[in-house]
Design a binder for this molecule. Sequence first.
Ligand SMILES: [Zn+2]
Length: 229
Amino acid sequence: MAKYLTNKETQAVLENVIMGAEKILVLVSPYIALTRTLFSRIKATAEKGVRVKIIYRIDKVRKEELDRLKAIKNIELKFTDDLHAKCYFNEKEMIITSLNLLDTSEKNWEMGIQVNRMYDKEIFDKAMRDVQTIFVDSASLPHYVMRAKAKNIKPKYGNGYCIRCADNIRFNVDKPLCHDCFESWDEWGNKKHTENFCHFSGEESDGETCFEKPILSEYYKKARAVYGF
Ligand SMILES: [Zn+2]
């Protein structure tokens, strides 16, 4: 049955979740700055063959922290911009909590719920499916982009462009128009209506781009490599 956890209990159960993992360990935490103990636990778990997946927020984790995690084999790191959830699980136990993977969390007021896959199957499975969705939606960018993002430098290809007015917008092949252009998009349903710019490079597209195909073909491969869509 689900169990309430205080901060101290959350920390203890978290350690057990990490050490008890036999097949998979998933750590969802916007902020990551691991204590030495927790880092060693995660490393040992990965090294015994457990697949470790970590999702974090790109602007909240330092490059040094990412580097030491990336050096461990069997660890897959992905990030997303809008992450606020914290959730930790292996194939049997899960914690849904306010606690980030931070070495400073000890002094905070945190709460958590421990969920067992066997006894709380519905909660466990629903939360796991949510995390899978976050994972699929998250990116693992090439290093130079990550470094630029981590340092808060605007990366060369870090932003998208509206295919109609070339305004700087978030890169998203499914939403290549800025808010205003989308609102005034009078070609509803005609995703082939020609537009003016490339969503990836911001260059004039001479009618080669449209809602359905927002990136100039010469940049398509590169855009895929950078954003992994
Ligand atoms: Zn626009």
